[in-house]
Design a protein around this ligand. Structure first.
Ligand SMILES: [Zn+2]
Length: 168
């Protein structure tokens, strides 16, 4: 009995062609396309010459067809609107990621400074990681105080000392 493999795209079981025992995709049209796209992504990522060649081809094609995309967008407004919305969502996610990254860098730097004071006490911005949630939502600023600090200052036995300060 021949050994069956799971297609990397559609996950169905298929028999690899005996001439290509390493075959990872089945022969469906969709999966052949996925295989080709994957091959190209890999090639673009790893082959400088191929990348340059593709770029030159694209530039030549663009010079010959300067209005192609302009006309395409005009003829397909739904496609354009969808793309624009996708780009906006990507931008939102990127912005919130960058914000979170710069904040965590600041926190890491605070740690490096290694002051004798509490390392955690201070004000922090809380930003939802899911870009979709950002649309109408500002970051929330919270103040975190290490319990020992507060207890020393206020002299009472406190358990819940996290203050939420909405950004004005
Ligand atoms: Zn398949």
């Amino acid at each position: 009995m021949k050994k069956k493999k799971k297609c990397k795209d559609c996950e169905c079981l298929f028999e690899p062609d005996p001439r290509h025992p390493k075959q990872k995709y089945c022969t469906r049209e969709k999966c052949r396309k996925a295989r080709k796209a994957q091959w190209q992504r890999n090639k673009l990522a790893n082959d400088e010459l191929y990348r340059q060649n593709q770029k030159d081809c694209q530039n030549r094609w663009r010079e010959k067809n300067p209005d192609y995309w302009k006309n395409y967008r005009k003829k397909n407004p739904a496609y354009t609107a969808k793309n624009r919305e996708k780009q906006r969502a990507r931008n939102r996610i990127k912005r919130s990621r960058n914000k979170a990254r710069s904040i965590s860098t600041r926190i890491a730097n605070m740690d490096v400074e290694g002051s004798k004071k509490s390392k955690i006490s201070g004000r922090y911005m809380i930003i939802p990681c899911d870009g979709e949630m950002i649309a109408n939502m500002d970051a929330v600023i919270v103040e975190i105080n290490e319990i020992t600090d507060i207890c020393k200052e206020s002299g009472h036995d406190c358990k819940d000392t996290t203050l939420f300060i909405p950004k004005s």
